[in-house]
Each structure stands twice: as structure tokens, then as C-alpha cells.
Design a protein around this ligand. Structure first.
Ligand SMILES: Nc1ncnc2c1ncn2[C@@H]1O[C@H](COP(=O)(O)OP(=O)(O)OP(=O)(O)O)[C@@H](O)[C@H]1O
Length: 437
């Protein structure tokens, strides 16, 4: 961070909304400064007010209370120095790529010659050279989002706001577009002075941003900030990166105990191996969604068997699983979702898998199995072999159950696969997406 005056400053910003008869605080006392040269990521569960803050920052909405300063001056009306790129591409289907980008410049009254040369230059810079006359329907999702970026950058915003810009794309297109945006930003090829990105994706935030702002809801507020000082290009698989991922998850999960105490030890290590609760992914997801719909995202555990129509044993396994994964905390007979649990409940299928994978990789049993697979020839192991190893830790019936759960959870998280015909467990390679399109 610099000592300069912030580019943008929110001071005691509060937003009230009315819903039916009720007036509620959507955003409470937000103080935030974004400086030149910073890439800031805003993380938090749905409904914590991220989009509201973006609208306030871009001047599309005036907060109920508080001040918005741009370069030290109170913002009046729409912020001419900021633009937003949305999750969905919002392109006009009847206009070509060139016309879609140019439109932003026509709206700002840029003269024709400048307009055309700037449009073509931007299309080139985002890597869409040759597609100037194509229509949105002819483009892939990643390419359409590039048009979205080009259009936002056409007006040369000082502050580029991104509202989950990669979440509607497939994994590889998203990764490649992240790389390209970073390249444009870090090389100074765009006149943008600062970027503010809203995302649900923790790894994405750590990959790209210099600072994370973490929000929670009811009411929407900032609960933590974290600087990311890793140098670019950042390696997702590096220990430092994974350590930061764990720290953010722990922050979101409200985890207070050190991991070894919380999670127990792995087979072969001193201490007791913690068995995984017998819970399917469907039950887990359903339970987290149920809690998310309850007032205050909490429920009385003793009431749950009746409310959910399942026996109390099942309820206890569900509560244990959600707690083990950091999706909920249990206190005085109540279970309460953590911000991470809320994020999981509202995430897309892919984002859920990613959250789940990150959480189960910390579990000693999962760590142990992944290590075995990594060391095995061709990263494959016979089911019987793993079972025999587990039988050293658990009674035979339980060992088999543990293996079933490991396979069920591991498959869902896409960290391993299982060939039922051959009875073989296989380590899934970690995707290493191409950097360039
Ligand atoms: N115009 C509005 N009128 C009434 N309530 C609103 C309005 N806009 C947003 N809200 C409510 O304010 C809260 C914050 O909404 P906001 O869209 O800013 O959250 P968000 O964090 O961006 O959510 P998401 O990640 O789902 O986009 C939510 O409870 C939402 O339902």
C-alpha cells in the first residue's frame, strides 16, 4: 500500500433497504480505501452486500448514510472514473464485437476517429483480433467475457470493478482469462489505476489480488482484511499459496483450534485417527442448504430430528460433518452456519466442489490416502490394498465404511476417481490450465 491519498474511499457507508414492511440494514458501517496500484478482492457469502457496494462505488446508487470520496472529492452521481464488468456478459446480440465495444465510446461522446482506433486496439489487446465482425453467438463464453473487458476498458476507467467476472465460464477459459487480465494489469498495458473484484472464489482472489476484504452478512459488513504479498506469477500449488488458502478458509470457518487438535492424526501417526462421519454429499449439501434458509442460519440441534424427519444419529453425523468441514459451529445445543458454510450453500456446482476439495484435503485420512496414491505406481492403488491398510486402524466393517466415504467424498471433490470394475482407486491429476488462449 502507498501513503498517497486513496483513489476511492468509503467512510461509514450504510445502506438500508425495504423489503415488504421491513426496513433492514443491507450494509453496515463500511470503511474502505482503495489506493492506486492496488488490486483488491471482495469476498463473502451471497447477500452480504457486495453488489450494493459496487453500485455505491460506481455511483449507480447513493448510500443511505456515509460518504464516498473519489480522489478526496465527494462523489456526485455516476462515477465517471469507474466501470463494472458483470458476471454475465451483457452484450448486445445484434451488434458485432466491434460495435459492442464501440458503443461504450459513443455513449461517452468520443469522436469517431479516436473511437474506431481505440476499439480496434482494445480488441487486439484482449486477444480477439480477427473477430471484430463476429456476433456474440459465434463466440465462446471466454471470448464473450473478453468483449466485456474490452468494452469496460474502452472508456479507460481508473477504477475497474469486476463483479464475479469469471464465474460463468468453464474452468479452463476462466483460468486463461484470469492470466490474461493479470498480464494486462501487471504490465501496465491498460490505464487502469486500481481493480476491485467481487468473487466467491477464494483461490481466484489469492491468485490475483494484493488485498482481500472479507465480508459477512446480516448485516453486511467487513469482518477481516488480509494482504497478499506473494510475487507474480503466483503458483497455486506452492506451499505459501496453499497456506494462504488455508488461512482464508480458517477465517471464513471461524476456526480457532489449531488443525492437529481439531482434526486428529493420520494413520501411522501418533494419536488417534479420526474416522470420517458416514454422510453422503447429497445429505451434506441438503443440510447446509436447510440451515442457510433458517433465520440467522442457525437451528436447535434437538429440534432437528423432528424438523428434518430423520433419526438423531443421522442428525449428529450431519452436524459433526458440517463442523469438521468448517461449515458450521456448534454451541449450547445450537448449530450455526459459518460464512464459509453460507458461501458453500450458495455457490455454483463447481465452486462447491472446489470449496469441498480444499476442506477435505486437510483431513488426516484424506491426506494419508492422497499421499499413498502419489507414491503408488501410476498413482493407482487396489481397493483391497487400501482396505487392508485401513484395517490396521479400524475394525473391518468400519474400515470398509471409511473407504466408501473416502471414495464418495474424493470423487465429488474430483481429487480421485474409482474404477469399480477393476477395483482401483486413481489419483486425479491437478489441472494445469494453459496460460494463453
Ligand atoms: N434494491 C433492493 N431492494 C431491497 N433489497 C435489496 C435491494 N438490493 C439488494 N437487496 C438486498 O440487500 C442484501 C445485499 O444484496 P447484494 O446484492 O448487495 O448482496 P451480494 O453480496 O452482492 O449478493 P450476491 O453475491 O448474491 O450477488 C440482500 O439481502 C438483498 O436481497
Amino acid at each position: 500500500m502507498t501513503d498517497q491519498k486513496p483513489l476511492l474511499q468509503l467512510i461509514h457507508v450504510q445502506q438500508l433497504y425495504t423489503s415488504g414492511q421491513r426496513r433492514f440494514v443491507a450494509v453496515q458501517d463500511v470503511n474502505l480505501a482503495i489506493h492506486e496500484g492496488e488490486f483488491v478482492a471482495l469476498l463473502g457469502p451471497s447477500g452480504c452486500g457486495k453488489s450494493t457496494l459496487l453500485r455505491i462505488i460506481t455511483g449507480l446508487q447513493k448510500p443511505s448514510e456515509g460518504q464516498v470520496l473519489y480522489r478526496g472529492t465527494p462523489l456526485q452521481g455516476v462515477n465517471p472514473y469507474a466501470t463494472i464488468v458483470f458476471q454475465t456478459f451483457a452484450l448486445f446480440p445484434w451488434l458485432t464485437v466491434k460495435e459492442n465495444v464501440e458503443l461504450a465510446l459513443i455513449a461517452r461522446g468520443v469522436p469517431a476517429e479516436t473511437r474506431i482506433s481505440r476499439t480496434l486496439d482494445l480488441i487486439d489487446r484482449v486477444g480477439l483480433d480477427g473477430f471484430e465482425t463476429a456476433y456474440p453467438r459465434e463466440l465462446s463464453g471466454g471470448m464473450r467475457q473478453k468483449v466485456g473487458f474490452a468494452r469496460a476498458m474502452a472508456v479507460e476507467p481508473e477504477l475497474l470493478c469486476l463483479d464475479e467476472p469469471f464465474s460463468a465460464l468453464d474452468v479452463l477459459s476462466a483460468e486463461s482469462l484470469r492470466g490474461e487480465l493479470l498480464e494486462l494489469w501487471l504490465s501496465g498495458k491498460i490505464p487502469t489505476r486500481a481493480i476491485l473484484m467481487v468473487t466467491h472464489n477464494i483461490e481466484e482472489a489469492i491468485l490475483m489480488a494484493d488485498r482481500l476484504i472479507i465480508m459477512d452478512k446480516d448485516p453486511g459488513r467487513i469482518v477481516a482484511e488480509m494482504p497478499i504479498t506473494l510475487t507474480h506469477p503466483r503458483q497455486r500449488k506452492s506451499l505459501e499459496f496453499q497456506d494462504l488458502v488455508d488461512q482464508v478458509y480458517a477465517l471464513l470457518a471461524g476456526q480457532t483450534q489449531p488443525e492437529p487438535i481439531e482434526l486428529g492424526s493420520a494413520p501411522g501417526e501418533p494419536g488417534k485417527t479420526r474416522a470420517l462421519p458416514r454422510i453422503t454429499i447429497n445429505d451434506l449439501a441438503g443440510f447446509v442448504e436447510y440451515l442457510n434458509e433458517q433465520p440467522g442460519h442457525r437451528a436447535d440441534i434437538y429440534q432437528l430430528p423432528e424438523d428434518l424427519g430423520i433419526d438423531s444419529d443421522h442428525v449428529l453425523r450431519l452436524t459433526e460433518t458440517t463442523e469438521l468441514l468448517g461449515f458450521a459451529t456448534i454451541e449450547k445445543g445450537d448449530i450455526q452456519l459459518t460464512p464459509l458454510g453460507e458461501t458453500f450453500a450458495e455457490a455454483s456446482i463447481l465452486a462447491r466442489k472446489e470449496i469441498f476439495a480444499t476442506r477435505i484435503r486437510r483431513l488426516p485420512l484424506v491426506r494419508w490416502l492422497l499421499n499413498l496414491l502419489r507414491r503408488a505406481e501410476e498413482n493407482r492403488l487396489d481397493w483391497d490394498f487400501v482396505l487392508a491398510a485401513l484395517e490396521l486402524e479400524f475394525p473391518p466393517d468400519e474400515a470398509e465404511q471409511q473407504l466408501d466415504i473416502l471414495i464418495d467424498w474424493g470423487r465429488y471433490a474430483e481429487i480421485l476417481s474409482y474404477d469399480d470394475n477393476q477395483g482401483v482407486i486413481i489419483l486425479e491429476p491437478v489441472a494445469t490450465p494453459e496460460r494463453a488462449m
